[in-house]
Design a binder for this molecule. Structure first.
Ligand code: ASP
Ligand code: MG
Length: 470
């Protein structure tokens, strides 16, 4: 089997873990599989780089120096602890010094300019992964498995120039990635590729969105026609609910691509929401597995799950601590373009709306957004639309969106009745409801203080605590 394996930042943040990852890869390779590996930045590095971009804007040379020193130390310590062969350790440290030198140079350069463009920010962000992949490659060589590390740019991931959220140009990418990887895998070596990074047609480094290493893994898998993608993380798999909220939450054995997509969008933080795109066409299954519990087979995401596909509901997810704005006014009734005006104005001010519902009377529109966007949203509405299209703005600043996900709901009568009956039994008030016509997802809004109770009520109602017991 050809398997693309992705390891997240928590899997490589200590010498022991890097060695563990190397041994995992080696063991699956020895079972006769061809392994291509994708690795994220060491935990905290990407956030650190984001923060340092702000220091650059402020001209704060001290924090920059400290950050460079800290990054050098973190990676030096891991290399020292993870690699025992003296020669390999020396080369790893030399490579590290070189990359750290480059990081220093770019920080020095942009501090002189005093501004961080999206292009230079992406180049800066790429250093997290550029520092982490050599550690894994050297750790593999250290235990006798040939390996080579490459950046997303070197491996041939070509994207558009939408820095920060770049999208792959799949046809070009396919050609280049195959060309680059096949000589490496043919000689039995394991390529270790930086997650999160590509390059546009002009060779500028791009990044593909936070948490993008998952996406890199599926891009590579689709390019080389892998048999499976394994996303190694620190959870056993996708779950029926957040185990912090529901005690008997279960790991799901199988979900479909579309269910997983809904779960990813609905806050199951285990996956980049666009990561499924490259593999949906090619129907390559994704397996979510736990690096620290490798005996657990995890969750498989496939085109057509065989088991449990009869299950009406697969999971209850919640996005907590969000805000709800309700705009109303008689002037909105029967006035074409009202919704467009509202959303356009908000979009221009970079307010992202997560959920919308409009009453058929057209006299009010409710929308849910992140709390961090609330101030901006209210100011924008007040400045531009209040007193004109809109008469009133009401805010509820601590709500939770609860989503019931499962493809079995499609065309089944009585699901909504069951959902709202269970919630009503717990005396919880439902503030807003939305269901897409795909019927994959039924979402509603409650006060955040009711969230845990609502999620538990639904988990019980659909028997999700014992889905595998019969
Ligand atoms: N290092 C990047 C991030 O933290 C990509 C990833 O971890 O998948 O967003
Ligand atoms: Mg990460």
């Amino acid at each position: 089997m050809i398997i693309v394996m992705k390891f997240g930042g928590t899997a490589v943040d200590s010498p022991d873990k890097v060695r563990h990852v190397a041994r995992l890869i080696q063991s699956f390779q020895k079972q006769g599989n061809e392994i291509v590996c994708v690795v994220s930045a060491v935990r905290g590095m990407t956030d650190g780089l984001m923060a340092i971009a702000d220091s650059v804007k402020r001209g704060d040379r001290m924090s920059i120096e400290e950050f460079v020193k800290k990054s050098l130390k973190i990676h030096t310590d891991i290399i020292n602890g993870a690699i025992s062969d003296t020669k390999l350790k020396q080369s790893a440290l030399v490579d590290l010094q070189k990359t750290i030198g480059e990081l220093k140079d770019i920080l020095g350069g942009i501090i002189l300019l005093g501004e961080v463009t999206p292009k230079s920010l992406d180049y800066l962000m790429s250093f997290g992964e550029r520092l982490s992949v050599p550690m894994v490659a050297y750790a593999l060589r250290d235990i006798g498995t040939d390996s080579e590390y490459l950046t997303g740019k070197e491996v041939g991931i070509v994207t558009d120039s939408n820095f920060g959220e770049a999208r792959p140009l799949m046809d070009t990418t396919k050609l280049r990635v195959n060309h680059k990887l096949s000589p490496i895998t043919k000689r039995g070596a394991v390529p270790v590729i930086t997650g999160f990074i590509g390059a546009d047609q002009h060779g500028n480094t791009t990044t593909i969105g936070r948490g993008g290493s998952d996406y890199t893994a599926t891009i590579v898998a689709a390019s080389i026609g892998a048999n499976e993608v394994w996303l190694w993380s620190d959870v056993d798999g996708l779950m029926t609910a957040d185990p912090k909220i529901v005690k008997n939450a279960q790991v799901l054995k199988e979900v479909s691509f579309s269910e997983a997509m809904e779960m990813a969008l609905f806050g199951a933080k285990y996956m980049h929401p666009r990561a499924l795109e490259p593999v949906i066409d090619t129907k390559i299954p994704i397996r979510i597995r736990n690096t620290f519990n490798a005996n657990h087979s995890g969750t498989v995401i496939t085109q057509n799950p065989s088991r449990d596909s009869q299950k009406i509901v697969k999971s209850i997810s919640a996005i907590r601590h969000t805000a709800l704005i309700d705009v109303s006014g008689g002037g909105m009734v029967g006035a074409p373009g009202t919704a467009a005006k509202i959303f356009d104005t908000l979009a221009k001010n970079k307010v992202n709306i997560m959920m919308i519902s409009q009453s058929p009377s057209e006299s009010s529109i409710s929308m849910v957004l992140r709390k961090s966007d609330l101030d901006k949203a209210i100011t924008t509405l007040e400045l531009n639309l209040l007193g004109k299209v809109i008469k009133q703005v009401n805010v509820n600043d601590d709500v939770a969106v609860i989503a019931v996900v499962g493809s079995g709901m499609r065309g089944i009568k009585g699901v909504a009745a069951k959902v709202f009956g269970a919630v009503a039994n717990r005396n919880i008030n439902v503030i807003m409801i939305a269901q897409g016509s795909s019927e994959l997802n039924l979402a509603f809004v409650v006060n955040d203080r009711d969230c845990e109770s609502a999620v538990n009520a639904l988990h019980d109602e659909f028997g999700l605590g014992k889905i595998y017991s019969n």
